[in-house]
Write a protein that binds this ligand. Structure first.
Ligand SMILES: [Zn+2]
Length: 269
């Protein structure tokens, strides 16, 4: 008789101050949603998006790629090989350095073994290949759903399906597992010693011209493939800085991470 009213009064005084135990409802009334003003960056129709993508790391050269992109303040994407990270402290340290800058960099799936260099065998066994990508996904602790095939320029997004007959079974398996497969528009080639074939100036000219002539898979979106190992010496990494510096002079160019590429399936991972 006495306890109940006392508790009632007690609850009126104290309970409103206590943290609610139940979560706020997820559904927000429409009337409130429409009143929220979300700042949206105006889209400049002249903007051309540049995606710097570095493959096969962590390797010698990765450190210079990180330093140069931080120095130049440009975003970049690292398609990493799980095994190259997991096999040594060197690999893990580089992987962790990239993770320390989530505003500038992202890490994406480039398989666990890189097919051990035996591409024909890799693509002829699609179930094993899918497991290889899943192993990389787990070892690299990835939260995105973008992959790049080892040694093959294939695309599979909502907007683009471009695969050779050889890799198609693997691409379909990746598609069913919720992955986007990302290729590239231009590769900065390297020689037998793994050194860049072209100068930074020439690469910037090739990129400018390809964008101007609309030679990209998606108009005004340029994906550049490079390999970390190309920039392991000071003189070769200077070429990377030169190319980026020249591209930055164009006020219409904007550097982005590859996860911002248009037409991607939503992440299920
Ligand atoms: Zn590769």
């Amino acid at each position: 008789m006495i306890i109940a009213p006392f508790f009632y009064i007690f609850s009126l005084i104290f309970l409103p101050l206590s943290k609610p135990k139940t979560k706020a409802p997820k559904v927000v009334p429409q009337a409130i949603v429409t009143q929220v003003i979300v700042p949206v960056k105006p889209v400049n129709p002249n903007t051309k998006y540049i995606y710097l993508t570095f493959d096969d790391g962590p390797l010698f050269g990765t450190s210079n790629c990180i330093d140069i992109c931080l120095q130049e303040k440009v975003q970049a994407s690292f398609f990493q090989v799980g095994m190259h990270m997991a096999r040594s402290k060197f690999g893990k340290d580089l992987y962790n350095r990239i993770l320390q800058h989530p505003d500038v960099f992202e890490i994406l799936n480039h398989s666990y073994t890189h097919a051990n260099g035996k591409y024909l065998n890799f693509y002829q066994h699609p179930d094993a290949a899918l497991l290889d990508f899943i192993k990389a996904h787990n070892s690299l602790k990835l939260t995105n759903n973008l992959v790049r095939l080892p040694g093959n320029n294939a695309w599979n997004t909502l907007n683009h399906k471009r695969t050779s007959a050889l890799v198609k079974p693997v691409v379909l398996k990746l598609d069913s597992a919720g992955y986007n497969v990302m290729g590239w528009d231009i590769e900065w080639d390297f020689n037998k010693q793994g050194k860049p074939l072209e100068s930074g100036e020439k690469m910037a000219r090739i990129i400018d011209s390809s964008i101007a002539r609309n030679r990209t898979l998606t108009k005004n979106h340029m994906v550049i493939l490079m390999h970390d190992q190309m920039y392991r010496t000071a003189s070769d990494s200077t070429k990377l800085a030169t190319m980026i510096g020249l591209l930055k002079k164009n006020p219409n160019y904007e550097f982005r991470k590859i996860s911002q590429y248009p037409g991607l399936k939503n992440s299920g991972h």
